[in-house]
Design a protein around this ligand. Structure first.
Ligand code: ADE
Ligand code: ZN
Length: 316
């Protein structure tokens, strides 16, 4: 099987509807507003974020999160993945009544269990949620910088990129960078090329989450290629959320031809009826990537991973 690696998946967004439903039974909650007939139901980006928040609220203990990470990583390993870096959100844990420390410890335990079962390696990127505001994002960065968990290796920002001005989040990224964490940020998904350019200028990330709307500005495409910024591309998410109407309009091939460094990722897999295996299959079918090109995508992900050099060598 083709070896795969994923750099962009939100752990709460990876919760399968069946698992969320069983969590709801455990806590006496009703999921009918956002899960029907065993599938997530929402109709636009805002209602997707609401469904995401509601599902996250049903994970409330360290063990809930350990099981969630173990299930996600085991599924990934079964599709040929050898590495995953997933986004964590201490804000969502706190909203569900769990401390960021217990939340991170649970997810770390899930990584250890999945590694023991399947050999897959995992790391965590703590994220702030942009539309929760600069103070919340800075608090997440401080937690990332001080938590001391050995599997926390990065900091990022997710959420609605149209919310707030980049300058308001600079301190959060400075805190994380000074602590030695890898930096990534969502941009160029619901914001255009300007949003990607601002993310590069204000946050100096080595990776951009999505970044696909870079294609709207030829100078920016050149800059991204020249600076070697890695784009965490999530093709199925982009089409399902309506960023592009279909795969023929997706800019992956154009960015690839321009020399941008691209990876393939599932974002929030069950929400978009995808998986890492499906993303690679989509890239093969719609972007004409042969096996060598898909393997090169995996290598790019491993090169750009926020992982220690010794572990990277064992993966590459
Ligand atoms: N959080 C979870 N999925 C997201 C996405 N696709 N864009 C921004 N924030 C997110
Ligand atoms: Zn994302």
């Amino acid at each position: 099987m083709l070896l795969k690696a994923e750099l962009h998946c939100h752990i709460e967004g990876a919760a399968l509807p069946a698992l969320v439903t069983s969590q709801a039974e455990k806590y006496g909650a009703d999921v009918s507003a956002f899960i029907r007939d065993g599938a997530y139901h929402w109709h636009d980006f805002s209602s997707f974020l609401a469904a995401y928040d509601a599902a996250a609220n049903l994970f409330r203990s360290e063990e809930d999160y350990a099981a969630l990470a173990e299930t996600y990583l085991t599924g990934l390993a079964n599709e040929g993945a050898i590495y995953s870096e997933f986004f964590t959100s201490p804000d969502h844990a706190e909203r569900a009544g769990l401390s960021p420390q217990a939340y991170t410890a649970g997810l770390g335990e899930g990584i250890v269990r999945a590694r023991a079962k399947t050999g897959i390696e995992g790391r965590m990127i703590v994220t702030g949620v942009r539309h929760f505001g600069p103070a919340a994002v800075e608090k997440a960065a401080r937690f990332a910088a001080t938590c001391g968990h050995p599997l926390v290796t990065g900091f990022g920002m997710a959420g609605d990129e149209r919310s707030g001005h980049p300058r308001d989040f600079v301190r959060a990224f400075d805190i994380a960078r000074e602590a030695g964490l890898g930096i990534t940020v969502h941009a160029g998904e619901f914001g255009g090329a300007d949003s990607v350019e601002a993310a590069l200028d204000y946050f100096a990330p080595t990776r951009i989450g999505h970044g696909v709307r870079t294609v709207e500005d030829p100078d920016l495409v050149r800059r991204v290629a020249e600076e070697g910024v890695v784009l965490e591309v999530c093709p199925v998410s982009n089409v399902v959320l309506g960023v592009f109407p279909d795969y023929t309009h997706h800019p992956f091939p154009q960015l690839h031809a321009a020399g941008c460094r691209l990876t393939l990722n599932s974002d929030d897999p069950p929400h978009f009826h995808t998986s890492i295996g499906h993303e690679y299959a989509v890239a093969s079918r719609h972007f004409d990537l042969d096996e060598a090109a898909l393997t090169a995508v995996t290598c790019t992900a491993l090169e750009a991973a926020f992982v220690d050099e010794e572990t990277r060598r064992t993966l590459l």
